[in-house]
Design a protein. Structure first.
Length: 482
């Protein structure tokens, strides 16, 4: 039975975790230890709150500050990261607060649901560790910092070995110190492409081209946001100079419309796009490669929030994000959020939002410098999202035989048939008629594509469980939680 709210073992006992929870064990439970969650946790602890941090990863940092596996013996992991000092300072603070008993850090804890505790607080249920033990804790307030995942727009050949996500390629390099190939085309849309290309090239890969579907001239309509963020302009100049120095071609308003190969990708077809992202006839060219890193931005990960009924909004990049107030509150009392869940904006913005949320939860006003910086960074994020938002015509590169749902192997033709002949008008109906989204990823990979083929943008991703949960965990829940 749990005896101390600062003892991590108290929350991993499958026999008692759901039946003997300590009352008001924590003032704040933070879900996610990426930039936003880490900043929120150490700030809140510094303001006197008792904090629990539950994270699916084995070490703090999230996807952005991904660590090489310990067995690889990386001597300088910071060399693979931008802004490592910001992370290192906060990780050191996390460890100090943990030693002092102000933070309980619970790695390898994947929170699958958050439910009211019958009073003013919340109960968080998690799957813990490789043994998938049941873990639960109670907190007065919850901050969701669950981050995001990559947005993929399918094309013929995207299921070939050697085709990976742009962020996935970076994760392979940061976490495994390996390259996806020796000759890697980087494609899709968004500023992440420049960072990925630079990292791969610095690690020894040959990058023949960065293929950007949007046009950078789209930023011209957001000049005030750009001028308020001179650091971002400097960062872009650094990436641009790196491309020039390494002789990497930058093809704007182009897209990979097909990948070719037998056992592995061997080449890609690249075509110029019109303003709506439709491939222009006669512009196709082939680029030999043995790997393709492709991604069209990020999608906020909202399962826990939408399961609680938190209100959402449509972001400038077309994705669904949480609607938050000036203090990072969601529409559900007692639930806050920070980072990519409120709209894709990058690590610097996530750090600031985490600190602002911590001040609000502690009942303190956030310093004006923090709120001003958030406004500047959020303005730039909205400009960035609008500039790289996919055009409606991208489905023009999808042949009917191209796989859209990888898990269930559903081609685009079957989805189009469901829409044209069977009356489907949204992704949910397409799912019922074709099995799109019924596989392991539960539509996270194919969801945006299915919604586009059905003639819409797709709504909030509502699901009762945020990750696979052993049935024995559900059976142990008391009736009030069921």
């Amino acid at each position: 039975m749990p005896t101390s709210p600062s003892d991590p073992a108290a929350f991993t006992d499958a026999a008692s975790a759901d039946s003997a929870l300590p009352d008001a064990a924590f003032d704040l439970a933070v879900v996610g230890a990426g930039p936003a969650g880490l900043a929120a946790a150490v700030t809140a602890a510094g303001l006197g709150l008792r904090v629990a941090v539950l994270d699916a990863g084995d070490r703090p940092g999230g996807q952005y500050y991904r660590h090489p596996a310990p067995g690889l013996g990386a001597a300088r992991p910071e060399a693979l990261h931008h802004g490592w000092g910001e992370f290192a300072r906060r990780e050191a603070a996390l460890r100090a607060h943990e030693s002092a008993g102000r933070i309980t850090y619970l790695p390898a804890h994947h929170v699958w649901t958050v439910v009211p505790d019958g009073g003013p607080g919340w109960i968080l249920h998690a799957v813990a560790g490789p043994e998938e033990a049941a873990a639960s804790l109670r907190a007065r307030a919850v901050l969701l910092a669950t981050g995001s995942y990559e947005r993929q727009l399918p094309f013929p050949g995207w299921t070939l070995p050697g085709v990976v996500g742009a962020g996935g390629a970076q994760a392979m390099l940061k976490g495994g110190l390996v390259l996806p190939g020796r000759r890697v085309v980087v494609a899709g849309s968004g500023p992440l492409l420049l960072a990925v290309a630079g990292s791969l090239a610095a690690a020894g890969a040959r990058v023949p081209a960065v293929v950007e579907a949007a046009a950078y001239t789209a930023y011209a309509g957001h000049l005030p946001a750009l001028l308020r963020n001179p650091g971002k302009l400097g960062e872009a100049a650094t990436y641009g100079s790196a491309l020039v120095r390494r002789r990497i071609r930058l093809l704007t308003r182009h897209a990979v419309t097909e990948a070719h190969g037998t056992d592995r990708v061997e080449a890609v077809t690249v075509a110029r796009l019109d303003r709506d992202w439709r491939p222009l006839p006669g512009t196709a060219r082939r680029i030999p490669c043995d790997a393709l890193a492709v991604g069209h931005g990020l999608v906020p990960q909202l399962e826990l929030a939408t399961g609680l009924g938190c209100a959402t909004r449509r972001s400038a990049d077309g994705t669904v994000a949480l609607a938050l107030d000036a203090e990072q509150r969601t529409s559900v009392p007692g639930i806050w959020s920070a980072g990519e869940t409120g709209g894709i904006g990058g690590a610097p913005l996530a750090l600031v939002e985490g600190e602002i949320a911590a001040h609000a939860i502690a009942g303190r006003p956030a310093p004006a410098a923090l709120t001003g910086r958030r406004a500047r960074l959020r303005g730039f994020a909205e400009a960035m999202g609008a500039a790289h938002r996919p055009g409606d015509g991208w489905t023009g590169w999808l042949r009917d035989d191209a796989v859209v749902c990888r898990c269930e192997e559903v081609p685009a033709g079957r989805i189009r048939e469901a829409v044209a002949d069977l009356g489907a008008r949204d992704a949910r109906t397409v799912k019922l008629l074709t099995r799109c989204g019924m596989g392991w990823c539960q539509g996270r990979m194919c969801g945006p594509a299915v919604a586009a083929l059905a003639g819409g943008e797709g709504g909030p991703d509502r699901r009762p469980l945020s990750c696979p949960v052993p049935l024995r965990h559900l059976a142990q829940l008391p009736p009030a939680d069921g």
